[in-house]
Design a protein. Structure first.
Length: 304
């Protein structure tokens, strides 16, 4: 490539000033160097012009997703690595990723538990978990109703984590999202969960339905609580929420039900990481409560 093209790219980079594009370009250059490839070779393999690739490397290009896929293929890496996935940032990350690549869920779970134990956040039981029971599941699964009943039966405090989050924030959950956004909500969720763990060695905790969507908060919960997934079918979820006085989910019934089914499907893989599960649609409330008590007593530490 001529010196003029390189000079133009460098000059444009200085004037563009996009941190994201600059970091992306730096990763492309670093990956190309790691692979020992020339810019010309990568451009040919990616089916883009050298000028286009130079602009990308110096942070001035605004490439399409398709171009990035072609460049990633030419560099023999994933699109995630090109975009800056944290697990690609060091040789150790890459080596660990390679060890885990292609493993099944059962093997990955064993690896996660082993790593947790290595770093003091294991989920294999012991003092870290105390006698806390955390109920996970979508809204309408029965976490509040069954959680209060279980806490009374066990003689434990009952905590509804959503209410604790609102205490920290000084406003409602809806206001947190509207005023401060999802990142702030997750911080309040983390603080509320950490305080619950610190203050209550024995407790029944009803968790927000979306807690499992945050890996850090879900790991914390798994590490310090016996977790039980309360499952229900979509129709029961919807009916129970409406029975609580919230008719908003019914405003556009067909669309709402379809959205609910998608949420259930999307979160089921995470809810299933709980140690135990109970179908709250399978039988009447009293029988469901008895089954929950049996599960909790089986999982909690036995008195000496």
């Amino acid at each position: 490539m001529s010196g003029n093209i390189l000079q133009e790219a460098e000059s444009a980079a200085r004037s563009a000033g996009s941190p994201f594009l600059a970091a992306l370009g730096e990763r492309v250059r670093a990956l190309r160097a790691r692979r020992g490839l020339t810019r010309k070779a990568v451009a040919l393999a990616a089916d883009v012009s050298e000028r286009h690739l130079a602009n990308l490397e110096y942070g001035t290009g605004n490439p399409s997703t398709l171009v990035l896929l072609h460049v990633a293929g030419a560099l023999h890496c994933s699109l995630a690595e090109l975009l800056g996935d944290e697990t690609t940032q060091s040789p150790e990350w890459l080596l660990i990723r390679e060890l885990l690549q292609g493993r099944g869920d059962a093997e990955l779970r064993r690896a996660r538990i082993a790593l947790g134990e290595l770093f003091g956040t294991g989920t294999a039981g012991g003092a870290a978990r105390g006698s806390r029971v955390a109920l996970v599941g979508l809204r309408g699964a029965g976490k509040s109703t069954l959680g209060r009943m279980l806490a009374d039966e066990l003689g434990f405090p009952f905590l509804e984590l959503s209410r604790e989050i609102e205490k920290f924030a000084g406003c409602s959950i809806a206001e947190i999202h509207a005023l401060y956004g999802m990142n702030a909500y997750r911080r309040y969720e983390r603080r509320a969960l950490e305080e619950a763990i610190q203050l209550y060695p024995e407790a029944v905790i009803a968790t927000p339905g979306g807690l499992v969507s945050d890996a850090a908060n879900f790991n914390l919960l798994l590490s310090h609580c016996v977790t039980i997934w309360l499952r229900a079918d979509a129709a029961d979820h919807m009916a129970r929420v409406a029975a609580q006085g919230d008719t908003r989910p019914m405003a556009a019934s067909p669309e709402a039900m379809e959205d609910l089914r998608r949420i259930l499907a999307g979160r089921a893989a995470f809810y299933s990481k709980a140690e135990l599960s109970l179908d709250t649609s399978a039988q009447p409330l009293e029988a469901t409560f008895e089954a929950l008590c049996a599960l909790a007593r089986q999982a909690l530490p036995q008195p000496a």
